[in-house]
Structures are given as structure tokens and as C-alpha cells.
Write a protein that binds this ligand. Structure first.
Ligand code: UD1
Length: 376
């Protein structure tokens, strides 16, 4: 059997690492790893391959940045050539980025069986590019590998037959569990020293539980000044006055802050860091009093670590991480009055680790088994 698996952007790498490892225990399977190159910076891509022990991609499509149509279109053109040459039995895609969607379409047009890892997540918000990618991918996939039971219910509501759904758990948590001990040993002071974006930023002592970590990069938060400016005012005038605020900043957010003339105020009040490697980010999360984020993956990691998390979104495709389902995260959108109220409520709340069903570090083995037995 031959399997092509696909990665493209940062959140894919922690999902593919355990899959590669689990597949390597099956010498009867030939595995071809394709990197579309949507993320290409060393800090956004290469460092994850090294840190997580992901094998060198067999094929690199070098797609790079561009509009959504450019990224999806270029990926389809290049990936089609790979599929025609390799003639795989299966194509495996992960997550919800442009590579996921583009390669799913190619898979089915080339009549290759398609498996989707992290199937069934729905935010209900079609304005999110990731939601479009999820809907297209799940409509096309032969085998839908779900991380939680809410995802199963979403797929059933959409009419997906039971035989196509396999509840396997959350593969991101395989990576978290495999890397936790290594991350724990890291020193916050050293991480900050190594990855400080601006050398003249004053850095106080940062004992565990005495700092806040944030990440924010979604178009819905950073693309309009009317939304971004009040958020920045709140972060700079309120949060960073209470506790040191660490922000490993995504290239998209940085570009927008510079364009809107907000960069200098942020730089003067926030401890800005480069995009961090996997272990460094995990260590910051372990030590944070509070996480403020619009990332999907961090919501999941906060759930398992117990870090109180304010999710800067109005919806989430990962409701299992919310407080009402036992998790650590709370949806606060991007309305500052609402964020402020929740912030004061949770600033002194306890760390409560939770483990949704099958978030046990063994999802990748179940995924490989599901693919091997599908259709037998
Ligand atoms: C993508 C994913 C999103 C994910 C995010 C995590 C889609 C639709 N979105 O969004 O789900 O949460 O990645 O990072 O696929 N850039 C660099 N260096 C890089 C990569 C990008 O500077 O290595 C710049 C690009 O020039 C671009 C911006 O960052 O202007 C955004 O990159 P892009 O890949 O278009 O999407 P993300 O916003 O990162």
C-alpha cells in the first residue's frame, strides 16, 4: 500500500509527526510526505520538522504566500503532478488549512481514497477560510477520522454514513504527550532571551504563573483597524499593566500592526517574541497564568494543561475545549467589554487540566489501524 500525506502550514506539523511515527512501524506501507510550502519561514516550518522528528518531506511544492485562490490553485496544479506520478492508494490530509482543501480536491479528481485527520469540526462560521476548507474536505473524504464525539454528531447531522466515520481521538495531544517532558525542562528566561523580537525590550523576572501569554493572527481580529485597535488598547493599557504580557507574534499580525500604525505602542508595552518552536510554546503555556488566543490548537493544549484560556472568537470548531464541556476555554469574541469582564473573572482562577475522551496520546495508532482496515 502507498500513502501520500500532506502538510502545508504550521498547525499541520504537530498533527503529522505522530502519524509519520506510527506509519514507520508498518514496513508494508510506502509513505510519501508532501509539504506544500504554504508556510516556509524557518520559524514557521523547518524548526518543527527538526523539533518533532518529522522526516524530510519527499516532495516540496514551494507554493509560498498568496491569496487563497492563488494558494489553493497553485497547490492543486503541483499536487496533481505528484499524484499522477506516485499513484498512491490513499491520500491523508490533516486539519483545515488551504493545503488540506486543495489536496482533497485533487485526491478525489484522481480517484484516490482520501482520509481526513481532524474531521467533523464545525464553527458554523462560513466567513472563516478554515470552515470552507473543513466543509469541502469532509464532503470529499472517504474516511473521516474524528477527534471527539461532537465531531461525530456534526458529521451524522450532515448525512455521513457511519462506516465512513472513525472516532480516533486528538492526534495533537499525541505530540503534546510525547514532548511534554522535554518542554517542562526549558527555562522561561532562556526562551525569552533567545526569541526576543526587539533587543531593547525590558524583560522582568518571569516566574511561573506570573505572566500572561497571547497569540492573535486570525483575519477576523487583525485585518480591520476598527477591531484591532480596541483590542490593542485593552492589551496595552490593561493586561500588560497587571502582568507581563508575552506575545509570540505571527507574521500576519505583525504586518497588520505595522500597516495600521499600532506597532510602536505594542512594542513599547508587550514582550514581543518571534514565532516560537513547539517546545518553547508549550513551556510558555505550562507557565502562563492565562492564555488569550484566537488559535484552535492552543485551545486544545490549554484544555489538557488546564491553563485558563480566553478565546478571542465568537465561535469555535472545538467546543469540547469549552468550560461548559469541562475544558479550560471561554469564548469572549473581540468585544472589549466582554473580554474585560471575563479577564477579571479568570485572572485568579485555578489551573484545571481536563482530558476529553481518547485525548490519550495514542490517536495516531488508531488512525493507522482505521486506514489499514477501511474497505477490507
Ligand atoms: C494559516 C491557516 C490558519 C492557521 C495559520 C497558523 C489557512 C486558510 N489558514 O493562516 O488556519 O491558523 O496558518 O499559522 O490555511 N507568512 C510568512 N512566513 C511564513 C508563512 C506566512 O511571513 O512562513 C506570511 C505570509 O506572507 C502572509 C501571512 O503570513 O502574508 C499569512 O500566511 P498564510 O499562509 O496566508 O495564512 P495564515 O494567516 O498563516
Amino acid at each position: 500500500m502507498k500513502i501520500i500525506s500532506v502538510v502545508g502550514a504550521r498547525p499541520n506539523f504537530m498533527k503529522i509527526a505522530p502519524f509519520c511515527k506510527a506509519l514507520s512501524k508498518h514496513p508494508e506501507v510506502q509513505h510519501v510526505l508532501v509539504h506544500t510550502g504554504q508556510h516556509y519561514d524557518v520559524r514557521m516550518s523547518d524548526s518543527f520538522f527538526v523539533d518533532l522528528g518529522i522526516p524530510e518531506p519527499d516532495v516540496h511544492l514551494n507554493i509560498g504566500s498568496g491569496s487563497h485562490a492563488e494558494q489553493v490553485g497553485k497547490t492543486m496544479i503541483e499536487f496533481e503532478k505528484v499524484v499522477k506520478a506516485e499513484k498512491p492508494d490513499w491520500i491523508v490530509v490533516v486539519g483545515d488549512v488551504n493545503a488540506t482543501c486543495a489536496c482533497s480536491i485533487v485526491a478525489k479528481k484522481e480517484h484516490v481514497k482520501l482520509a481526513h485527520i481532524e474531521a467533523g469540526l464545525r464553527s458554523g462560521d462560513i466567513d472563516m477560510p478554515e470552515e470552507v476548507n473543513r466543509l469541502v474536505t469532509d464532503r470529499l473524504a472517504d474516511l473521516l477520522l474524528t477527534p471527539d464525539r461532537i465531531a461525530n454528531a456534526n458529521l451524522k447531522d450532515e448525512g455521513v454514513a457511519d462506516e465512513r466515520i472513525a472516532f480516533v481521538g486528538n492526534i495533537m495531544i499525541d505530540t503534546l504527550e510525547a514532548q511534554r517532558a522535554k518542554a517542562e525542562k526549558r527555562s522561561i528566561a532562556e526562551i525569552v532571551k533567545r526569541d526576543l523580537l526587539l533587543a531593547d525590550t525590558p524583560v522582568p523576572a518571569l516566574p511561573d504563573n506570573e505572566f500572561v501569554v497571547m497569540t492573535m493572527h486570525r483575519p477576523s481580529n487583525v485585518d480591520q483597524i476598527e477591531t484591532l485597535k480596541p483590542l490593542i488598547d485593552f492589551l496595552v493599557n490593561e493586561v500588560s499593566r497587571d502582568l507581563p504580557l508575552l506575545w509570540p507574534i505571527h507574521p500576519r499580525a505583525r504586518k497588520q500592526l505595522e500597516m495600521f500604525g499600532l506597532w510602536d505602542r505594542v512594542a513599547a508595552n508587550v514582550i514581543l517574541l518571534n514565532p516560537l518552536g513547539y517546545h518553547d510554546m508549550l513551556r510558555l503555556n505550562m507557565g502562563a497564568r492565562l492564555m488569550l488566543t484566537d488559535s484552535g490548537g492552543l485551545q486544545e493544549e490549554c484544555c489538557v494543561l488546564g491553563t485558563p484560556c480566553l478565546t478571542l472568537r465568537w465561535n469555535t470548531e472545538r467546543p469540547v475545549t469549552l468550560k461548559e464541556h469541562g475544558g479550560a476555554s471561554q469564548l469572549v469574541g473581540n468585544d472589549v467589554a466582554r473580554i474585560r469582564a471575563a479577564y477579571h473573572n479568570v485572572l485568579n482562577s485555578e489551573c484545571k487540566p481536563q482530558r476529553p475522551e481518547l485525548w490519550d496520546g495514542h490517536a495516531a495508532e488508531r488512525i493507522v489501524q482505521a486506514i489499514l482496515i477501511y474497505g477490507k
